[in-house]
Design a protein around this ligand. Sequence first.
Ligand SMILES: Nc1ncnc2c1ncn2[C@@H]1O[C@H](COP(=O)(O)OP(=O)(O)O)[C@@H](O)[C@H]1O
Ligand SMILES: [Mg+2]
Length: 451
Amino acid sequence: MTWLTVALVLVVAAAGLLRWRRPAWYWLAFGATLAALRVLVRYPSVMDACGLTVPPSRWRLALARATDWPVPGPRAPRILRLRPTRTGLVLRLKLRPGQDAFDVAASCDRLRHSFAMYGVTSRELRSGVVEVRMTGYDVLKRVQMPAKTDTRPMRVPVALREDGAVHYRDYRAVPHGLTLGATESGKSVYQRNLVAALAPQHVALVGIDCKQGVELFSMARRFSALADNPDNAAELLDALVAHMGDVYQLIRAEQRITADVPDAEIAANIWDLPEDLRPVPIVVLVDEVAELALFTNKEEERRRDRIITALVRLAQLGRAAGIYLEICGQRFGSELGKGITMLRAQLTGRTAHRVNDETSANMAFGDIAPDAVLAAIQIPAEMRGIAIAADSTGGWHRIRAPHTSLRQAVNTCNRHADLTPDLPALAPFRPALGGPKSVPGPAVESAPAAA
Ligand SMILES: Nc1ncnc2c1ncn2[C@@H]1O[C@H](COP(=O)(O)OP(=O)(O)O)[C@@H](O)[C@H]1O
Ligand SMILES: [Mg+2]
């Protein structure tokens, strides 16, 4: 008997410790079972209390009266499936006549409290069937990506969503992306995750990092071209535009349309070309984009116009040539001059980290998902890396990328350095590798160490 008590106390203590220090392990070991039981036991009363039941149908009442059975009570949506996941529970419900998916969506917060879950969201799967996703703990507090993800060519996992699902960056569905956020909000970490996720794929990476290259140059072995100042960036972008022209020439040469070519074999973008001819897709990463758009004299203004024009052309025409833009900055509005709003309109995938004011959030979502604006300015300052991701369908999610250190990202890039394609058009911008470059001594003095 005493042994049993001791064992029980140990298990409870272990569960408490896990729940505090490792909520993900706690969930897998105990939480999922307890939560599933709780949901099943409380289900009828909670649904009733949340107003998600319908009165019994007439024929049931008539039947009860005719046979002298007890009067049937109100009926909740039928549970089609209850599935525990790595981070929570997924409940699939069949609605009763007269209910709609909006009723469930409007009750999510009440369900969250009643079932003692951390978060509840719902979406309609097909007419009459609603999926309620619940999370058992704060999955964004310490992001752990699942070991198995649905990675495909040009579709990479970059972050975790609030509901425990994986957030993918899918270049073929959403070719160009814009990432905004105040300084120290997690933009560079997000971009670093993207680089690390793309590194094992057959893709050329091109980087423009006007912060003297501190973010991207250490991953140079996986980059086909890099620029660390606006002058180089202007030339690099011109070279990319020229490369895009070559790719279109290639696609045209391959089309050779005659009356007997079947529809499916006509190539209009690089993915329709046979694999041995297909040019390698290119992802262009730009960090701190405002540096490219600022100028102080006439000559710099000309350079700025050249850069923005090239970016606009890549954004407008790049998709079919397999050139994808990924732009990061603190603000990206019309105050950066002409051409910026036109460029922004082409950047479909929007991500906003913490921003300081509503106008910055509006630059990201004002034109596509107005309610995401509010969510973006509510991101707390101490939760760095939390972001709102939206696309032009109007849907949005809270996401957070795993905290990948520069060292981890550099290791991944070095491991896949042999995959770096050599693009002749971009050869002059290929980062010099080999031993450390002789960088002239820094012009800033280091502070003397405190004695
Ligand atoms: N996803 C994240 N999870 C945890 N910490 C993060 C995350 N993203 C950023 N941070 C923290 O915030 C700091 C600033 O991030 P960084 O990406 O350099 O900001 P930005 O480029 O927006 O100025 C990082 O050094 C890191 O400590
Ligand atoms: Mg940064």
